[in-house]
Design a protein. Structure first.
Length: 424
């Protein structure tokens, strides 16, 4: 249990970090849902049309964009939830339309169609459609009134649209939503439509503002149907101009352009030494905390399990051999096999004596045999007794009882101590 506690603590920290990262990523879920516009951004960029997305920390300049796309999606919408002044930067919705005329900026407004639960459930059905009365209220908020709507009751509707001469596109819409031609106010013209009604409308009093009745022509779900993706590129190209090189501004926040009251962090922000604390703010603090915990556990385990670091060993061969012998002896003691340990001890002791007499290269079996031959020339009886005791310990030491093992080891020690090894 003592050893598992640090691992449990580390696992808890990693789980908290994962939850924090998951929570931070929730903000982009809607954009990648069937009702989001991430697909439109990637598709336009793939076709060579640059795209800028709205950023709550950056005030976008009107002179840097060629077309503004403003979806009026009701994300939470069980009904058309009005956008507050705080959400729109203290500027009402009608001011966003006035900006199109003030800056002579083409603006495409995409009307809502689906409730927010479609993005979470991933299923589009008739029950997920926004009420047409609520859509009319959304239009009234931005200065358009008296528009009527038609909606297909039969699943998918297909139509052939000719937005660009010679480049027709076959579109498909699920429960298609269009403007009723009979209800269109005077001065408003249909640019693109289908048998059900008008899809793209522009009015004379707001010539730079275009109203798109069905968002499925540009959202993630709709781009995958028929030639909707091709129509989306044609629509953006026509509205911004074929020769235009400035990016398209995908405005999902509805913030005013050229807002001098908002701090433009992307251009005028000056960094200072105090900004270092940002590296330790949430959620980076979780990452640093996890790294410190892992490092502390690693150092603690190293010091507790293996002890302090040993100084660097020299290149002395004898020290390395002694260390190896001690390690082997410790393993044999831990295993309870004294006989095997004695065998290794006798062999290494004889090898060391052979090296003392015949040099470093004699620490092998041939050197040991040569050692016994030298001893036999001096005292044959003593040499035979030493050889017998050594041979018994080497070959049968692991089979001896502890008493026999100690007795033979004592005989070997006395025999070896009484021999005169002489010099080289």
């Amino acid at each position: 249990m003592r050893n598992s506690t640090p691992l449990l603590f580390l696992g808890l920290l990693l789980a908290l970090a994962a939850l924090a990262i998951f929570a931070l990523s929730r903000g982009s879920d809607y954009d990648r849902s069937p009702l989001g516009n991430k697909g439109l951004e990637l598709w336009l960029q793939a076709k060579g049309i640059p795209v800028l997305r709205s950023d709550p920390h950056v005030s976008q300049a009107h002179s840097e964009v060629s077309l503004r796309i403003l979806p009026l999606s009701i994300r939470q919408g069980e009904a058309a939830a009005p956008q507050t002044d705080e959400e729109l930067g203290n500027v009402g919705p009608e001011n966003l339309i006035e900006e199109a005329s003030r800056y002579d900026l083409p603006t495409l407004i995409i009307l809502p169609k689906w409730r927010g639960n479609v993005s979470t459930d991933g299923v589009a059905s008739k029950s997920g459609l926004v009420d047409l009365v609520d859509i009319g209220r959304e239009l009234e908020k931005i200065g358009y009134s008296d528009f009527g709507f038609a909606r297909s009751e039969t699943g998918f509707e297909e139509a052939q649209l000719d937005l660009k001469p010679g480049q027709p596109s076959k579109i498909a819409l699920y429960h298609a939503q269009a403007f009723e031609r009979s209800s269109m106010p005077e001065g408003c013209e249909e640019i693109v439509g289908m048998p059900l009604g008008a899809l793209l409308v522009r009015c004379e009093d707001k010539p730079n503002v275009y109203l798109l009745s069905d968002p499925d022509l540009l959202n993630n779900h709709g781009l995958a149907l028929a030639d909707n993706a091709s129509f989306a590129v044609s629509l953006v190209t026509v509205l911004r101009g074929a020769a235009e090189t400035r990016p398209v501004y995908l405005d999902t926040a509805g913030r005013p352009l050229d807002d001098e009251e908002r701090i433009d962090e992307g251009r005028t922000y000056e960094r200072s030494a105090s900004d270092l604390k940002r590296f330790f703010a949430y959620p980076l603090s979780l990452i640093w905390g996890t790294l410190l915990a892992v490092a502390a556990i690693c150092f603690w385990r190293g010091a507790y399990r293996f002890g302090p670091a040993l100084p660097e060993a020299s290149a002395n061969t004898e020290m390395s051999k002694t260390t190896a012998i001690e390690a082997t002896a410790r393993l044999l003691r831990l295993s309870g096999n004294d006989g095997r340990m004695t065998e290794q001890f006798v062999l290494h002791l004889l090898a060391d004596k052979a090296q003392l007499l015949f040099g470093p290269g004699a620490g092998n079996q041939a050197g040991i045999d040569r050692l016994f031959q030298r001893l036999a020339r001096r005292d044959q009886a003593a040499a035979r007794a030493l050889h017998t005791s050594a041979q018994a310990l080497i070959e049968r030491g692991h089979l001896m009882t502890r008493a026999n093992l100690h007795r033979n080891l004592e005989t070997f020690r006395k025999s070896l101590g009484s021999m005169d090894l002489g010099s080289r």
